[in-house]
Design a protein around this ligand. Sequence first.
Ligand SMILES: [Fe+2]
Ligand SMILES: [Fe+2]
Length: 292
Amino acid sequence: MATAAQSKPSIPPEQADAQLAMFARDFRKMVDRERLQARELEAANRQLQEYARDLNRAYQEERKRNRQLEKARLDTVFMLISAGRLRDEETGAHMWRLGEYSKQLALELGLDREEVDRIYWAAPLHDLGKIGVPDSVLLKKGKLTKEEWVLMQHHTTLGAQLMEGSTSPYLETARLIALSHHERWDGSGYPQGLCGEEIPLPGRIVMVADQYDALRSERPYKPPFSHRKTCAIILEGDGRSRPEHIAPQVLEAFRKTHSEFDRIFQEFSDEKVSQEGKGRGAGSLVPSQPPA
Ligand SMILES: [Fe+2]
Ligand SMILES: [Fe+2]
């Protein structure tokens, strides 16, 4: 009986050669096609890289333009403040210290770099609305009447109105701060009597920074307090100020970083800032560098 191998018909040598030649042609065609595709891919890759470089250049230029625009916007607002503060007991140095304190708290609270930057640049604008408060109220040495107190409280909503509608994230943060830096965690603040988490975080932060600096500074109705006394008032209360006014996380952040507050107060003292022009262009109140 014949085996399978024996029964398989053999291919004539000429036919085998022709088949091999055909395979070789097909193989060459396939290799050529692959090479062509590889070249096309390389060209596409080069084009993509060039496109990415163009995009990156356009992005960098746009970013630069945005920074210039942002700086121009902030310069305008700082100039407004510069005019406004001439009528107020709060100094230019106070505004820059507020940015520094607020940055400390924001970092301690673990906020991301961009938010820390926004708060840093926006905090000095917290009292922008004071430019709309009459001198008779703003500069009054004695106790304010009920009507005068209402006018004074109006600086929060006025400041927010002045910055409303801006597409700038810095001015939007500044608007939130202007509106909410006198709100208290227990709802006893103004202008809206917001409570707890209803108060925007930047406002909760600046509220403590502003309180610290006001306590350390001389006012017509009080002498400047030491760092120790100021901390005791903020952390334990004194009848007028109570720890319940402050957001618990912010109070905790202050407890951990208060020695930095003392350093900032010394480093950016009113005297040093006015003598040396220390800080972010504090002499003119125009920041010496644009926001990142
Ligand atoms: Fe204020
Ligand atoms: Fe202030």
